[in-house]
Structure formats: C-alpha cells, structure tokens
Write a protein that binds this ligand. Sequence first.
Ligand SMILES: [Cu+2]
Length: 368
Amino acid sequence: MIRVFLIFSTLFFSYNLSAMSKAIGHGPIGLMADHFHKKGEWMISVKVSNMEMKKNMLNGNTVADKEILQQPNPFSEMPMMHNDSYFKTHRHPHMDEPKMPAELSVIPRKMTMKMIMLGAMYAPSDKVTLMGMVMFNDKEMNLDTYRGMMNRNYLGSFETSSSDLSKISLSALINLHENESVRWHLIGGLEKSIGENAKKGMVLTPMNTNTSITLPYGMQPSDKALRLLTGITNVNNINGFVLGNQILFRKSIEEENWNFGDEFEYNLWFQGSFNNNISYSLRLNYLDTDTIEGKDKNIMAPIQTANPYNYGGEILNLGVGLNFITNFLPGKHSDRLAIEFILPIDQDKNGLQMKNEAKFIIGFQKSL
Ligand SMILES: [Cu+2]
C-alpha cells in the first residue's frame, strides 16, 4: 500500500533544471542516479561513507542483553564451533562432542561499516547517460561472549572484521523528459557482488575457547549475487528550490547458496541555495529490505547474525546535506564537494538485529 502511494507521489510531483553548473544542480550526495549529463560529458566521482550500529532491537523494540541471552539458538543441536587442533589435544575418548548452547550466547556490541565508491558517468547522447561504479567495503564488529549455560557469565570481548572489493555496477539513465521546470529519467542497470562470501574470522566461543569460523552473513564482504537495478527519478525546480523524488528496486536475478534480500528504496528530497556555489538539502529515505534468501550451512554460531531471518526490514532515514561548487582541480568545469549526514528516524527490522546509528557520506565529483 505504501509502495503504491509512493509511486503515485513520484508521478504527481511534477513542476527546471538547467542549473548543472550550480551547487543545486546535483542532488544530495547519498543518492545515486539523481542527475544525468549532456552529450559528450564525463564525470568521475569518489564517495566515502561511514555508518555505525549499536545496541540491539527485537522485532523493532529495544532489547536488553539479558533478554538476548534467553533467545533460542537455532543451531543448538549442532556440534559446538571448534577447531580441530583443540579437540585433538583436549578431547577424551569417552566424552561426547559438545553441542552448541540452547540460547544465544554472543552479543554484537557495535558494528562499523565504511565504504568507498568510485564512479564514472559518460553521456553518449543527451538521451542516455552511462554510469559505472566500483565499491569497496570494510566492516568491523565488536562482540561480547557469555558462557553458554549455567550462570551465563560474561567471558570476554572480541572483534571480527572483513574488507574487500564488494560490488561493481553498470547502469544507464534514460532521459524521458526535460524542460525548464522538470526532468524525468529512468534507471536500469546490473549490479554484481564480487567480494568473498565465506570469509573466516577468529571468535571467542561460549566455552571460552578461541577458534576460527565462517563469519555470519552481515560480516561477509559480498553475497556474489547479480542484481537488476531499476528505478525512476523526477526532479522539479520550483522558484529556485528543488523537489525531487526517486524510486529504486534492487532485485537479485542470479545468486549462489545465499543472498541478501531484495530492496525497495524511495527518496524524497528538498534543496535550496545559499548562493550559486552552496546548496542545502533535506532528504527522506525509506528502505524496505527482504530477509536473506538461502543459507550457508557453514554459518552456524550462537549469535543473531548467523540466522538468515534476522536481516532486512523497514528503515526511514532523514538526511541533511550540503553541496559545494569548488575549484580544487583545473579544467573547463568546476568540481563539486558534497556531504550528507543521515539519521534513522524509524526502524522496524526483522527479528533480532543491531540498531542503525548515524551515517556520514562525503563525495567529490569532477566533470570533464
Ligand atoms: Cu554525474
């Protein structure tokens, strides 16, 4: 229902955008495919973002650590995560292989995700702009381990991390309509997740041992899926102010044993100018992501992130940004610097998940 409403609002917010050389000529930096280019133009860009997650939520509500330790562990009948050398040296012949705890025993404390996106845009005609992007990500998580049974004592903390080339994408923006006050364009593209999807890391187990396991889904640099990206962007110029909106779908069309869920994204933004060289923006961003499809049978641990159902959900973000026209590099066109600060204002994630905190994006764009 919300989707239908959003699609209609995109179609009806129709009111100039010849202002490509003004700061307001590009949308907030957190958007992709917000503008297109004139025939023969090139643009290269780099964007860096940092996002944190802290605390945990169960079905959309804040949850205490004590309650997390009472959540059932879906892998409780499986053998305890171990490394072979530990069992060769410690195992008694008459002892059963230990099973995993019946309840979750490891709690994520904090997660930091950094991304670097390198992009290029080229317009072979006024009708079509091609866009390519390469993305690197770096993820870090701090976790606390508790004893798996009896008194559930806190045993200690550890950190896992991964960093890799994560995605490449190629898309085309089709200029549907453009006049003094409104422009419309379609977005179509492919996005390939190319990083490692079964990276291992050292963890502290609820038996107070250190061992290497396949990291849970959220810590993997990639899911190896190929996604179809489709969308539509509408930008209106109303007396020097900009009102834009955009709908984007990311749908997995080819996947391995598991993949992150399909995504629906809606952006509604407002921009104004202090002068030709500085503009400000306010953006509402709604993201609806499905749970993980499939599973990796090696991902098994007494922690929420090892369960494919504890992924996805709905998030509403508010972004505040600034665009600047700068002259750092020589050339016919001036360059652009932009920042956006994004805060979640409502999050209803599926199952047990960490809570999003602020995200910060900074980008630099150079037209050639
Ligand atoms: Cu561009």
